[in-house]
Design a protein around this ligand. Structure first.
Ligand code: PLP
Length: 388
């Protein structure tokens, strides 16, 4: 069996890279500019928008973890997503899933409305719809699996094969799992995108993004654009993210353990209508997730029984869980996708994506599982006492 070196790569991110002083931890290079050795004699770095040693170390680590040849660190996950739009011209088509992250959906729809490219939105699990969309020969296909917030699973290898057949590039938003739990490039994708704000940094104190390409030339092309439009990440953020990535393997273990126990507990809860978690055997994407992922992650969502009054009661009664956007940090967060993370989608688009007013999204943290369960159980029980 092939030995996966991801844990060691993550833990040793940037360690021993300081040849000058032997600093064990990579230094933060805050300088915005770098001197030339002499007239027309550039060093490796000349200006921090274009290149920065701390950012370069992070880019290399994430590219290594994804098994790619080029990594680009951007200021946010959204700027990483915007960056891949530079591959599209006015006559090109971008194919996206109907249930992608609300911010991505908003960006694509507004850029397409301005005529920057053509946009096709489909349920990528509906083979007939997908084939029809691919017949339009898109230049780029975006996948998001597991999807935000319904945790739908897309068969990456199967779509890559079909996309290749029509000459399309495939980009996968791997934010929900991180490269330790899913490696889309190994499954045939050309580009991987991350909001490093989430699991990769893991401490909810950096907003950042990353793009990794399989092909070096494609990566250099996107790096050229990242510098050109000025969306490269800051050195300090890169330093913090390098610090965060070292504990990604152990964080993920605890996230997984807690999530499995919490979901098991919630499965029989009287206040819950339905749970969306790919680790459950009756989840429609369970078998694909099992095959293409190295774990089911720590994101899930559920349909709360009742309506608006129950939703309000749930959030009012929670004490440990924080009602907040974002995910993948050490702390447990809870969100109402319709009014929060997916507010960038109009209500019709939300309906098409399956986002209801009683859908609740959970990012399970690494606190003591007994405290996590007790808090959610208490708030859910309170919703049962509410009458509409
Ligand atoms: N992709 C996914 C799947 C996300 O969930 C998010 C944010 O929640 C983004 C991209 C955007 O990332 P950022 O908020 O870092 O710009």
């Amino acid at each position: 069996m092939k030995h996966d070196k991801s844990t060691t790569i993550a833990v040793r991110a940037g360690i021993n890279s300081d040849e000058h002083h032997g600093a064990v931890v990579p230094a933060i290079h805050l300088s915005s500019t770098y001197s030339l050795k002499g007239f027309n004699e550039k060093r490796e770095f000349d200006y921090s928008r274009t290149g920065n040693p701390t950012r370069a170390t992070l880019a290399e680590v994430i590219a290594d973890l994804e098994g790619g040849s080029k990594g680009i660190i951007t200021s946010t996950g959204m700027s990483a997503i915007h960056l891949i739009c530079q591959l599209l011209s006015t006559e090109d088509t971008l194919l996206i899933p109907h249930d992608c992250y609300g911010g991505s959906y908003r960006l694509f729809t507004f850029l397409a409305q301005r005529g920057l490219f053509k946009l096709v939105v489909v349920d990528q699990n509906d083979q007939a719809e997908l084939s029809k969309a691919l017949a339009q020969k898109p230049k780029l296909v975006l996948l998001e699996t597991p999807s935000n917030p319904l945790l739908r699973i897309i068969d990456i290898a199967a779509i890559c094969e079909q996309a290749k057949a029509v000459g399309a590039l495939v980009a996968v938003d791997n934010t929900f799992l991180s490269p330790l739990l899913q490696k889309p490039l190994e499954l045939g994708a050309d580009i991987v995108i991350h909001s490093t704000t989430k699991f990769i940094n893991g401490h909810s104190d950096v907003v950042g993004g990353a793009v990794v390409t399989k092909d070096l030339e494609l990566g250099e092309h996107l790096a050229w654009w990242a510098n050109c439009i000025g969306i490269t990440g800051a050195a300090f953020d890169s330093f913090l993210t390098l610090r965060g990535i070292k504990t990604l393997p152990v964080r993920l273990k605890q996230h997984k353990e807690n999530t499995e126990q919490l979901v098991e507990f919630l499965q029989s809860h009287a206040a819950i209508e339905k749970i969306y978690y790919p680790g459950l055997v009756d989840h429609p994407g369970h078998q694909i997730a099992k095959a293409q992922q190295q774990g089911f992650g720590s994101m899930f969502s559920f349909e709360l029984k009742g309506g608006d009054a129950q939703v309000r009661e749930l959030f009012a009664k929670l004490e440990l869980f924080t009602l907040a956007q974002s995910l993948g940090g050490v702390e447990s967060l809870i969100a109402h996708p319709s009014t929060m993370t997916h507010a960038g989608m109009d209500i019709e688009a939300q309906k098409v994506a399956g986002i209801s007013q009683t859908l609740i999204r959970v990012s399970v943290g690494i606190e003591d599982i007994n405290d996590i369960i007790a808090d959610l159980d208490n708030a859910l029980n309170a919703t049962l006492a509410v009458s509409e």
